[in-house]
Each structure stands twice: as structure tokens, then as C-alpha cells.
Ligand binder design. Structure first.
Ligand code: GLC
Length: 556
């Protein structure tokens, strides 16, 4: 550890278990140097906002040097800051300012792939077949007489082929965009370099890591390689050639040793899209320690679905010894205020419904903005009363809707370019935040923001909401303040509501949440609303619980 470590000794090593973590997408948060792209100084200046909001930690999506082929998830150098976003010194000031405000700092780490501008990849391209430089990535000979065809017919996650030729008969694998060559985790240099990166940021005072595509790092590419059709048929459980292989956990055990060199140990949360019952392995204390649970994010605003998800995930958390995570939105999916306002399709997840609506051009006549926003507020009070940690995505505290009408020439997401006709991409949830109703770029920047902001952002601006006691921003602030006071053991007891559209649960200290998932008023048993009324997602007179509403009480 170097001398710049800023971790005070009195930090509870379990701080993360029930933390509220606020995800910052740095390029779209706040731009202070006037280049239209958010930066680290911008984040530092908004620390008072985060403090007033009441979050426990900030998680930063990638801020490393990058050509932005995938919004920064294409990393040129894991141990530096993108000059478009700031400097390492800006990073240190930001970390200190957050820590002084009592806010922890989590950074994104992208170990499945580097960018094609990483010095290792450039070296690999300039080195011959079979060289040590090529072994850090996944190169294979092409098929056909001169290797002119790809090694397999695999399709990348973003669409299009998963292999790119390098001109000498060899091809490299990219599970995502061509600018994101997959690293070879059977190579010991790759292991050593990532441990160095974990220490580099931990030494700079980072409290934890969000691990991108954790379930894809270990691969078995023994010949003969299967076809795409065969790949699709192999269950993604343990021995699939690419996803969720058992030996991926050996990597995380190694990482855990590094993270435990620090006091308190650095935390880590896996982004692992795996079968639910496979999640605990990522979350156990000998591994990363926590794993994202995206079940709520995929679900409709529906009592039975929410209840099943909560029950299952609390059980899984017990199994792993970790706490559950809860997520309603992030930088990869349509904002939940919008998803909850779309017509239901029982055949599809809510996340799919959102994506398909965007693809259809975001028809306004299908979206009930008010209902979506109202349900989003209720879902938030439900989520924040649950045991475990909640991950909030920037802008959800403003009740932002998805921006659907970005013109094709302004889109940035590689999924838009690589999957024509299948995905419109994720730009609509990455539009720079509105801070001021009347400011340039709504207070985000003096320059033209890198993604266009719609005119309706004015009514969602933070300054307007700040002054309005009934705003979504003030609801989040009140909820987070109360949550800190009420936080208790990671237990929950379901209460009988007499209505299958209403869920109620009590935490061990008498903190009660009641949520009406119906669109109409419901009379709830009196004993449920006994005690002190704390907060409601919309005005509530104590008689009937209005539709799409959640309330908090405190009972003795
Ligand atoms: C993760 C990130 C996503 C990115 C992908 C490839 O899923 O959340 O934004 O595109 O990994 O790095």
C-alpha cells in the first residue's frame, strides 16, 4: 500500500452489505471543462448533491483512456484516466472529496476484453502467429485455404461475427465489439496485470470494484470449436465454452486475496448474467463477495413477480453469505420509469418490452408516462426497504424517462450499428443529466452535449425538483435519510394483506413497507397501517392505499 491510501481505520468492513450505491456514467454526469463530455472535476463538484441525496457509495462506469467504441468499456489503459475526462490528480481529488463526504468509491473494471488500442493488442498485431504477445488474446487460424474464413460462425453479443481477421490468416475473438478483443485468461501475464490494476486503484483509496462481464472471462476453446448452433444448445452452467465456466471462480479467489490485503478489504460486485442458482458462487466471500441480481430489472411491476424475486434472492444471499443486490435501472437498459409505463406482454420480460418499444421508434401513444413514473416511485420505496444493497442509476432520482428519439446520426452505441433491426442501443438512458431547467445543456455543459437532450428534460431538472417538496428527487432524499436511520438486520417477514395485488413486509425493527401494485385504490387491513407513518410515494391520507403506491410505516 502506498502513502496516499485514504482509508480511515475505523470503517466497518461490512459497509457494503446494505449500502445504497449510486451509479455514475461519467461522460453524462457533469461537464466542467466544456468539451461536451462529463468529467471527474464535474463529479467532484457534484459531491454535495450526492451527499444531500444520501447515498453510501458512488460507482463510476469506466473513465479510462478509450476511443469510446463501447462507451468506455473498451479500455486502452487500465491504470490511467481518459484525458477527455480528467487526470489521475483529478481522480485523487474526487476520491478525497467523496471520502470526506462519507461516500465510498467503487470503480468499474473490465477484464474480459481490452480495447484494440491497448498496448498489448497493438503488440499482438505486430507480432507473429504463436508469439507470446498474441497469447494474451484469443487468436486462431482462419478456415479456408488461406485462413480467409473465420474460425467459427460465432456471433458477437452486439451482433455481427465474433472474429476479426488480422491479415496473416489469423483471426481474433471479440465477444462484444471488434474494438474489444477478448483477453486470454489462461495467460499468467493477464492474471498478474489485473492484480496490479486492482492494487493500483486500491492504493489510490478505491473502496470496491464492479466487475464487468465476470461470467465470460474463463473460456475453453479447445479444438474442434463448436458451431454457433451448438454453442446455443450447451447449457450455460459450468462447462459452456464461453459463459459461466466453473473455473472462472479460480480467478476471483486470486482477486479476493489481493482485495483482502487492504483494511477494510476492498469489495467487488460481479456483473454476471447467469442462471439464478449459479449466482451465489460469484457472491461468496472467497470470491468477489457480491453479485448483481437483475431480476427486478427484468420484471414487470407485479406483486407476485416482485414477491417471488425477493424471496428467492434473499435465500440465495443466505446461501452465499453475501447480501442481495437490487437494481431497477442501469446504463444498459431502458429506464424503469418508461418500462413501467408500457403495455404488458406476458411472453416477454419487462426489459425486452422496453427494448422492443425503442426499436419501434418509441411510440408515444404506447407509453403512459405518468403511470410509469408513479410506479417507478413506488418500486423505489419497495426496493429501498428491502434487506441488502440497492444500486441506483444516475437520473432515476429525477424520475427521468428514456430518451427514445435520438436520430441515427447521433447514436453512439455499437449495438445500434452492429445489430441493425434488432437493437436500437442504449444511448437513450445515457443522455447527459439535466441539472438546471434554464441553463445551457440544462446545466450539464457549456458546450454541445455528446448526446442530445430532449426539450422535456427541463421539467425534470434537479434545480426545479430541489425546490419542489413533492418531487421525485425529494422523495429519494427522504427515503435515503430514513433508510439510514431505520437500517436493521437483513431479515424480512411477509405480512398478510388480504389482496394479491398488495405486498407488505416488516423488517426486524418494525419498519413496514406496503405496496399496492394495482392501478386502483385498495383498502388495507388496519393493523398494517398502525404505527408511525413515515413516507409515501404519492400523497396518502391513511385510509385507502392508492393504486401504484408504496408507503413506509414504523411499528413498535
Ligand atoms: C457490460 C457493460 C456494458 C458493456 C459490456 C461489454 O455488460 O455493462 O455496458 O457494453 O459489458 O463490456
Amino acid at each position: 500500500m502506498n502513502d496516499s491510501v485514504q482509508t480511515p481505520l475505523n470503517i466497518d468492513p461490512d459497509w457494503w452489505r446494505q449500502a445504497v450505491v449510486y451509479q455514475i456514467y461519467p461522460r453524462s454526469f457533469s461537464d466542467q471543462d466544456g468539451n461536451g463530455i462529463g468529467d471527474l472535476v464535474g463529479i467532484t463538484l457534484k459531491v454535495p448533491y450526492l451527499k444531500e441525496l444520501g447515498v453510501d457509495a458512488a460507482w463510476l462506469s469506466p473513465f479510462y483512456p478509450s476511443a469510446l467504441a463501447d462507451g468506455g468499456y473498451d479500455v486502452d489503459d487500465y491504470r490511467d484516466v481518459d484525458p477527455k475526462i480528467g487526470t489521475l490528480e483529478d481522480f485523487d481529488v474526487m476520491a478525497k472529496t467523496l471520502h470526506d463526504a462519507g461516500i465510498k468509491l467503487i470503480v468499474d473494471i473490465v477484464p474480459n476484453h481490452s480495447s484494440d488500442r491497448h498496448e498489448w493488442f497493438i503488440e499482438a498485431l505486430n507480432s507473429p502467429k504463436g508469439s507470446a504477445a498474441r497469447d494474451r488474446y484469443i487468436f486462431r487460424d482462419g478456415t479456408g485455404t488461406n485462413g480467409e474464413n473465420p474460425p467459427t460462425d460465432w456471433v458477437s453479443v452486439f451482433g455481427g461475427r465474433a472474429w476479426e481477421p488480422v491479415g496473416d490468416g489469423q483471426w481474433y475473438l471479440h465477444i462484444f465489439a471488434p474494438e474489444q478483443p477478448d483477453l486470454n485468461w489462461e495467460n499468467s501475464e493477464v492474471h498478474e496485470d489485473f492484480k496490479k490494476t486492482l492494487r493500483f486503484w486500491s492504493d489510490r483509496g478505491v473502496d470496491g470494484f464492479r466487475v464487468d462481464v465476470a461470467h465470460g472471462m474463463a473460456k475453453d476453446l479447445t479444438e474442434p470449436l463448436p458451431s454457433e448452433a451448438q454453442l446455443q444448445e450447451i447449457p450455460k452452467e459450468g462447462n459452456h465454452p464461453i459463459w459461466d465456466r466453473d473455473e472462472v471462480h479460480n480467478i476471483f479467489e486470486e482477486w479476493r486475496e489481493v482485495l483482502n490485503e487492504y483494511a477494510p478489504p476492498r469489495t467487488a460486485v460481479a456483473e454476471a448474467w447467469v442462471e439464478t442458482h449459479r449466482r451465489p458462487a460469484y457472491a461468496r466471500s472467497t470470491g468477489l463477495g457480491q453479485a448483481f441480481n437483475f431480476d427486478l430489472l427484468s420484471s414487470r411491476f407485479n406483486a407476485q413477480e416482485f414477491r417471488d424475486i425477493v424471496a428467492l434472492n434473499l435465500e440465495l444471499a443466505k446461501k452465499s453469505g453475501s447480501s442481495s443486490t437490487w437494481v431497477l435501472s442501469n446504463h444498459d437498459v431502458v429506464r424503469h420509469a418508461t418500462r413501467y409505463g408500457l403495455p404488458i406482454d406476458a411472453e416477454k420480460t419487462n426489459e425486452q418490452v422496453g427494448r422492443e418499444w425503442l426499436l419501434a421508434g418509441g411510440p408515444e401513444d404506447q407509453l403512459d408516462r405518468e403511470l410509469g413514473a408513479r410506479r417507478a416511485r413506488a418500486a423505489t420505496l419497495f426496493e429501498l426497504a428491502l434487506p441488502g444493497s440497492a444500486y441506483l442509476y444516475q437520473g432515476e432520482e429525477l424520475g427521468l424517462h428514456e430518451v427514445a428519439d435520438i436520430s441515427d446520426d447521433q447514436r453512439q452505441d455499437p449495438t445500434f450499428f452492429r445489430s441493425p433491426g434488432i437493437n436500437i442501443g442504449r444511448d437513450g438512458c445515457r443522455v447527459p443529466l439535466p441539472w438546471e431547467a434554464l441553463g445551457d445543456a440544462f446545466g450539464f455543459s457549456d458546450a454541445k452535449p455528446h448526446l442530445p437532450q430532449p426539450h422535456w428534460f427541463a421539467q425534470y431538472a434537479a434545480d426545479i425538483q430541489d425546490a419542489d417538496p413533492t418531487s421525485t428527487l425529494n422523495l429519494y432524499r427522504a427515503a435515503l435519510r430514513l433508510r439510514t436511520e431505520l437500517q436493521t438486520d437483513e431479515e424480512l417477514e411477509w405480512l398478510e394483506t388480504g389482496n394479491d395485488k398488495v405486498l407488505a413486509f416488516r423488517r426486524p425493527n418494525g419498519w413496514v413497507n406496503i405496496t399496492n401494485f394495482a392501478t386502483f385504490d385498495v383498502k388495507i387491513p388496519e393493523e398494517l397501517t398502525e404505527g408511525e407513518f413515515l413516507l409515501a410515494s404519492v400523497p396518502f391520507d391513511g385510509e385507502k392505499l392508492p393504486g401504484s403506491t408504496s408507503v413506509w410505516f414504523k411499528q413498535d
